[in-house]
Write a protein that binds this ligand. Sequence first.
Ligand SMILES: Nc1nc2c(ncn2[C@@H]2O[C@H](COP(=O)(O)OP(=O)(O)OP(=O)(O)O)[C@@H](O)[C@H]2O)c(=O)[nH]1
Length: 231
Amino acid sequence: MGKRTQRRESTGPRSPGPTTPTRDTRIIRVKLVLLGSSGVGKSSLAIRFSKDEFKGTLPTVGCAYFTQVVCLSDVTFHFEIWDTAGQEKYHSVTPLYYRGAHAALVVYDISKRESFIRAQMWLRELEKHYIPASTVMVLVGNKGDLSDLRQVTLQEGHSLAVDRGLLFMETSAKSGNQVSELMLAIAHRVKRCTSEHQSGLTEWQETELVNLRRSETLQHPLASCCPSIGP
Ligand SMILES: Nc1nc2c(ncn2[C@@H]2O[C@H](COP(=O)(O)OP(=O)(O)OP(=O)(O)O)[C@@H](O)[C@H]2O)c(=O)[nH]1
């Protein structure tokens, strides 16, 4: 499928400890897709989110897949993260991966204006397929650590997001800055969509309640570090 083998990991190394959902906890499976030009850091963001690591990556072939679990007070989200290839030659197959996504992250590199222009192309394409009010759409300016080489201002990213009604954040997969906050904000938005949205293109998939007799415990890197951050 991709340059990395498929992984199913529900814990990250920064996890604060077991998080035991109560019997009332809802489990919601969320398909999240990463889109954007080659080299903007999509794979690095996915790795940072699922493993809290930053390591050398090769260009993605087709798509790579990661998982992570995020718990809010009464909902546990199982994120299925589809990291698409940014190289132009894979563009025609990308719709196969973003179809049915509940959250779409369009990523650009703040030190490469061209990637910001391409991000706008991705947003136009997504808007043909999604109802913005029922799908969490996010604009992400990555490589925030390269502020000395910045070619896209924070204001430009923010304005584009406001114009299109998107969640917006600048991140650094390298330092980890704002990555947890981003995912937590997405979880809150998804939660809001699940309670408000009943129809449309997006189908929310709830799975069975957790069986507490199973030995499995759920952990996540976000619940205790920033429990009150909302969108
Ligand atoms: N300085 C800095 N470098 C980063 C950051 N994120 C990724 N990189 C580097 O940027 C390069 C590309 O990162 P990838 O994560 O492979 O980019 P991608 O968007 O997945 O690229 P494709 O797989 O070709 O679509 C790698 O050398 C990363 O180490 C970041 O936040 N800061």
